[in-house]
Write a protein that binds this ligand. Structure first.
Ligand SMILES: COc1ccc(S(=O)(=O)[C@H](CC(=O)O)C(F)F)cc1
Ligand SMILES: [Zn+2]
Ligand SMILES: [Zn+2]
Length: 159
């Protein structure tokens, strides 16, 4: 997989802006923190949550046109998107709040989608391997260990 750009540091900050009303805030915080931890465990990266718009990765739940060139599309279709590493909008990760975000197998599992999006925010592209977390289509039935060996190899090639 051709990898995109990368962060030029190993400590990466994130901040959570607008939340979804589908889940308690504490649950959203936990699902996002554990989605970052998936990548931290597989690499030399550390993620630190801030409460500031100056964080590297700004995470928000938004709908339709939300101020970037990639408006969301209502229920289903595009679930989320993330910009590759870089200043400003770089790394920022947006979740379509017209989806139903859940912790389980109904709706869309926020932990699984977030882990995939954060892969993009770190510079990973899609994989053609259906076992990979970076495979382009959503599967709620992902195993406990979200990352395939290919994902671990790719993040360690990049960092
Ligand atoms: C497994 O995680 C995801 C799979 C597919 C998506 S998506 O269907 O929103 C995808 C966006 C993406 O690949 O990040 C699509 F192109 F819009 C998001 C997360
Ligand atoms: Zn966006
Ligand atoms: Zn993707």
């Amino acid at each position: 997989n051709a990898q995109g750009t990368r962060w030029n540091k190993n400590i990466i900050t994130y901040s959570i802006g607008r939340y979804t009303r589908d889940l308690p805030r504490s649950t959203v915080d936990f699902l996002l923190e554990t989605a970052f931890r998936v990548w931290a465990r597989a690499s030399s990266l550390t993620f630190v949550r801030m409460h500031s718009h100056n964080a590297d990765i700004m995470v928000e739940f938004v709908t339709s046109d939300h101020g970037d060139l990639y408006p969301f599309d209502g229920p289903r279709g595009t679930l989320a998107h993330a910009f590759g590493p870089g200043l400003g909008v770089g790394g920022d990760t947006h979740f379509d709040d017209d989806e139903r975000w859940t912790t389980g197998k109904t709706g869309f599992n926020l932990h699984v989608v977030a882990a995939h999006e954060f892969g993009h925010a770190l510079g990973l592209k899609h994989s053609r391997n259906p076992e990979s977390l970076m495979y382009p289509t959503y599967k709620s039935s992902r195993g406990a260990s979200l990352l395939a060996s290919e994902d671990v190899a790719n993040i360690n090639t990049l960092y």
